[in-house]
Structure formats: C-alpha cells, structure tokens
Design a protein around this ligand. Structure first.
Ligand code: SF4
Length: 305
C-alpha cells in the first residue's frame, strides 16, 4: 500500500497565529482568558487549551450580557467578529486579543469598500459561518449571502429593486467549484440580471493557503483510489476538501482522528492520499498515517511516520 501525505498539512498561518496569541494570553493573564466560541474547529486542540485554562464564551450577544467579563481577556478567533460584538465585549469590561486572520480582515475591508462605493454586495459562502456573520456585521447586514445558484435565483425572484452595480466577494475558505458555479450562475442562471447590470466588481478574498490545499486535493484524488481527509466535523474548509475529492469519483473518507479508521473502511485501496484541513494539527495527520500503515501490515505498527 502506498500512503502519501499532502504537502499542505498542519495549521494554516491564521490558525497558527490565533493559537500563539492564545498561548501568550494564557501565560500573561492575571484573570480569566476566554475565546469567543471554540478558538478553532478542532475538538482535540480546543480540549488541550481548555486544560490550560482557556474558557469558551457563547457567540450570541444576548448570552454574553449574562457573563461577568470585567478584566477578562477575550480572544477573537481567526474568523473575526461583528463590530457590535466587539463593542459589547468592551462595554462589559473585557480586553480583546484580536486573532482575526489578516486574510479575513481583507475580506471585511473589501465588503466595506464595495458597499461604500454603492455596489450591491454578494458574499459567496455560508450565511451561518462565523466569518460570514462577521463580514455582514461590518456592512450592517447590507449584503446577499449565496451558497448555490438556487439561492441566487430565489434572490432574483424576490428582489425589490433594480440592481445596476454588483460587488462580489467570497468567504475566504469556499471551494473553487462553488465559487466558479456561482460566477457561472450569475451569467447563465439569471441572464436578466446581466441585462440590467452596468457594472460588476469582484474582489478576490479567497485564502491562498486554502486554494493550495484544494488544488493539491484535486490532484491527489485523481492519483489515488482512496482519500482520507482529516479534520474537525464542524470545520468548513475540511468539508470543502472532502467535497472536492468526492467530485473526482475517488472514494473519500473524512475522519476526525485515526481511531475512526478500520480495515473495512480502507477496503482494497492500494494508493491512499492523506489530506488535512486548516485547523488539523500535524500530529493528527501523523497518527492517521501510522494507523493506515498499521492496517496495511495487518496490525503491526510501522517503525516511524
Ligand atoms: S484558512 Fe486562510 S483565511 Fe482561514 S485562518 Fe487560515 S490562513 Fe486565514
């Protein structure tokens, strides 16, 4: 059995930065240290930080009003937060440690610029994802979030006014297939919009690290007969990697940890690719590699990964 680990595995730069800031806050704080929501979408890492004293705050503003925060450090994770949430935390006496990824900040600035210039803003992504919630917060909710052409058509059907200028950005981690299909959809699925439009401005907010992982995932899927994608169940970029690999027809498994792999799940695969999401530690990838190697030798552990 040939097992290949992707080149782009381990934490992305934004996650590494957020974890470094969390460690520094935990080492220097005299009071409590919180993250607003789980600091990354990986339960194992979240548990490790909880062991070091990092507590998790609820993300809903009404719930935050109930929690004493005076003097506490609150880490804003890489997805960012709406300005209203930042104000609320500060009013309640918390000190913010801003771990918003610079790439996400670029998307927030792009959204504000487009709305400021009078464009009807479209955000390609998932309206419930915290990054998108934060982007919407930066433009006062003044945007349409679309994740498929069906939503685009629905927006067109119920829109209240003519649209002359459309501005486009994307959630930083959306997959290229979704991005392309939405761009196609704007032209092909609602051609009336193209007749109405005078101008369309796209600002590229896609994350380079994510794009590198997606490109590599597609190639790996074509060259393998099984892909194992390692990452948190609630990690959207991990799910996008799974979806990209699955489109090639290659069998694709998504696991959170090595223990989920069995001889049955591997089947007859002889060329296996191992990929990881942006919040998957390199140690989880190593464990998956070792487990696959162990299963391929019928149970005896390999010498080293
Ligand atoms: S995936 Fe990209 S945008 Fe998201 S935190 Fe990592 S580097 Fe930043």
């Amino acid at each position: 059995m040939e097992i290949k680990i992707a080149r782009y595995v381990g934490f992305c730069p934004g996650v590494r930065r957020a974890l470094r800031l969390a460690d520094e806050a935990l080492a220097s704080a005299e009071g409590k240290v919180f993250s607003l929501g789980p600091i990354i979408h990986n339960p194992r890492v979240v548990e490790e930080l909880r062991g070091k004293g990092l507590e998790i705050l609820p993300e809903e503003e009404h719930a935050l009003r109930e929690i004493p925060l005076k003097g506490a450090l609150v880490i804003v994770r890489s997805h960012g937060i709406p300005p209203s949430t930042a104000r609320l935390l500060q009013e309640r006496g918390a000190l913010l440690v801003d771990a918003t990824c610079p790439t996400v900040k670029k998307a927030q600035r792009a959204a504000m610029r487009l709305v400021g210039e009078g464009y009807r803003l479209f955000v390609i992504g998932d309206a419930k994802h915290p990054e998108v919630v934060a982007i919407l917060g930066h433009v006062g909710g003044n945007a349409e979030v679309i994740k498929d052409t069906q939503e685009l058509k629905e927006w067109w059907r119920v829109r209240a006014e003519k649209v002359r200028k459309v501005g486009l950005i994307a959630q930083t981690t959306v997959d290229l297939l979704m991005f392309r299909s939405l761009l196609d959809g704007l032209i092909n699925d609602v051609p009336e919009l193209m007749r109405e439009l005078g101008e369309m401005k796209l600002i590229n907010t896609l994350c380079r690290n994510t794009l590198a992982r997606q490109t590599e995932a597609l190639k790996a899927a074509f060259e393998s007969d099984l892909v194992v994608v390692v990452g948190g169940r609630n990690s959207s970029n991990t799910e996008f990697l799974r979806k990209i690999c699955a489109t090639t027809g290659t069998r694709t498994l998504k696991v959170e940890c090595a223990e989920e792999l069995t001889a049955d799940s591997i089947g007859e695969a002889s060329r296996i690719a191992v990929l990881g999401g942006a919040s998957t530690p390199a140690s989880s990838i190593d464990e998956v590699y070792r487990k696959l190697a162990e299963l391929s030798t019928g149970g005896s552990a390999p010498a080293d990964a």
